[in-house]
Design a protein around this ligand. Structure first.
Ligand code: XUL
Length: 517
């Protein structure tokens, strides 16, 4: 049996699989806001942060770990778990003193994790990926490196607010004494893995690439980026490693308390996006995941470490080898809902039948679909820009907005140079067949929806099984199946319309950007 954990923004989840039978043995989670109300973090982070700060309590993550294992031991025989792998929300950082490594190796199973480790944090709360307080530090890192494109060429991303390097720099600047007392810095992922292993476990390549510190060429910490970020930072990080090679066995705290075998191995944990890539069965180039949420996300495997020349996209490590891209579009459901409300319609108006009625207008009317500031591309407009070639009607506006969203995705992901063979659509709006068909048509690739919801925790369980010698592609064939009747083929007759629209869409972005300068 193999256990995958995912410590996300709002919850800690676990999936246990039996790789021999293809069974899902357990699927449990702890919701931070609901089950640990004492941390006053209803959405997983501490409310009311100032100046863009968004922090969470690492003690909450520890309590959640105890709570989750207590639940799991009630539904599964944890002594059968051979390997544990995991993932964490990316970019968040945990700051620990010199006592941490010793304390975490000698935990008393009769007490809680949080009560024994609470004295080891030099920064009591952890900045997470939603933190936007580090604009100044990003500019300083880019300037010390010569330019943002240099930071991007080395680390896979321009210096960006939510990434770990800028978070560390801000801590060093604001609280140099506590930075000095910090002997170990972990990501959320490597922190949880370390607690499980009873010793500091390396950061993995997948998650490490989200720090603005890892050089993608040799997958080692980049000396210049370290120096541009904070003094003696390299001493505070272990060398990065692959999540596929276990870093040790489980600490006696967990075997005594929850019944794990003392030979159960712990892999370095990865980021939630790399783990989702595995859990969605999308680790080979050509498979693309599009997640339709409040923001939309596009991610896909890449064989080489190419970077986005415009600096919008990010590059992380792919747990199966090679790399992956991640591109975030802030105006996802945000824009779809804004238009729905403005037109006073419901989601039925975005469905297959009404959209089919306007098929002859496919690609003919352009919309830059930004109702709030956008990050890909960077736009401050708060109203969509439109270029209609026919009378504007509500149904044409819906078609044109959706086309604009997916043309933008196609355009902004072209730097990867990977042909889209299959799109795995996930997130709330993915259930809408009209939207799904439009994605298939714009990308001219089939769209499928998977059965699984918890793709990061499942991905982690598949990583654990792979680390034990199982074949990842066979595991993915077993666990990452598409939901029955979820596949939609692209309408090939529209290929030309969308190739032309793509060129015009790019021209419109350039025109609007030039005019606003
Ligand atoms: C990716 C990102 C988020 C977090 C939380 O860059 O910031 O997706 O990983 O899920």
């Amino acid at each position: 049996m193999f256990l995958g954990l995912d410590s996300s923004t709002q919850s800690l989840s676990a999936v246990i699989i039996d790789s021999l039978t293809g069974e899902l043995i357990a699927d449990e989670s702890v919701n931070f806001g609901k089950e640990l109300p004492e941390y006053q973090s209803p959405s997983g982070f501490i409310c009311g942060g100032q100046n863009g700060e968004v922090h969470a309590s690492p003690l909450m993550w520890l309590d959640a770990l105890d709570l989750l294992f207590a639940k799991l031991s009630g539904v599964a025989d944890l002594s059968m778990v051979q390997v544990i792998a995991g993932s964490g929300q990316q970019h968040g950082s945990v700051y620990l003193d010199e006592k941490f490594d010793a304390s975490v190796g000698h935990l008393d199973h009769k007490r809680s994790l949080s009560s024994q480790l609470s004295g080891s944090f030099t920064r009591l709360t952890s900045p997470i990926w939603m933190d936007t307080s580090t604009g100044e530090e990003c500019a300083e890192i880019a300037s010390a490196m010569g330019s943002d494109s240099e930071v991007c060429a080395r680390s896979g991303s321009v210096a960006i607010e939510r990434f770990t390097g800028p978070q560390i720099r801000r801590f060093f600047k604001n609280d140099p004494e506590r930075y000095d007392a910090t002997k170990r810095i972990h990501l959320v992922s490597s922190f949880i893995a370390s607690v499980l292993a009873g010793k500091s476990v390396p950061i993995d390549f997948g998650d490490g690439a989200g720090m603005n510190l890892l050089n993608l060429k040799d997958l080692a910490w980049d000396a210049d980026l370290l120096e541009a970020t904070a003094p003696d930072l390299g001493k505070r990080l272990l060398p990065a490693a692959t999540c596929l090679t276990p870093a040790g066995t489980i600490s006696s705290y967990f075997s005594n308390k929850y019944g794990f075998s003392s030979s159960c191995e712990i892999c370095p944990f990865t980021g939630d996006n790399p783990a989702s890539l595995v859990g969605m069965g999308a680790t080979t180039p050509g498979q693309v995941v599009i997640s339709l949420g409040t923001s939309d996300t596009f991610f896909a495997a890449m064989p080489d470490a190419k970077t986005d020349p415009k600096g919008y996209g990010h590059v992380f490590g792919n747990p199966a080898g090679g790399f992956m891209s991640l591109i975030c579009f802030r105006n996802g459901s945000l824009a779809r809902e804004a238009l729905r409300d403005e037109l006073k319609v419901d989601w039925a108006a975005f469905e297959q039948e009404p959209l089919a009625m306007t098929k002859k207008s496919a690609g003919k009317n352009l919309t830059l679909p930004f109702y709030g500031a956008e990050i890909t591309p960077r736009f401050d407009f708060i109203e969509p820009v439109t270029r209609f070639s026919e009378d504007v009607t509500p149904d044409l506006r819906i078609r044109s907005l959706l086309e604009g969203q997916f043309l933008n995705m196609r355009l902004q992901s072209a730097w990867m140079g990977v042909r889209t063979e299959r799109i795995l659509l996930t997130g709330g709006a993915s259930k809408n067949n009209g939207i799904a068909q439009l994605v298939a048509n714009v990308f001219q690739a089939p769209v499928e929806r998977l059965e699984i919801a918890n793709s990061a925790a499942l991905g982690a369980a598949l990583i654990a099984a792979t680390a034990a010698g199982n074949d990842l592609s066979k595991l993915q064939a077993l666990y990452c199946r598409s939901a029955a009747d979820s596949r939609l083929e692209p309408d090939a007759s529209l290929a030309g319309n969308y190739s032309t629209a793509l060129v015009e869409f790019e021209r419109l972005i350039e025109e609007v950007t030039t005019n606003s300068q």
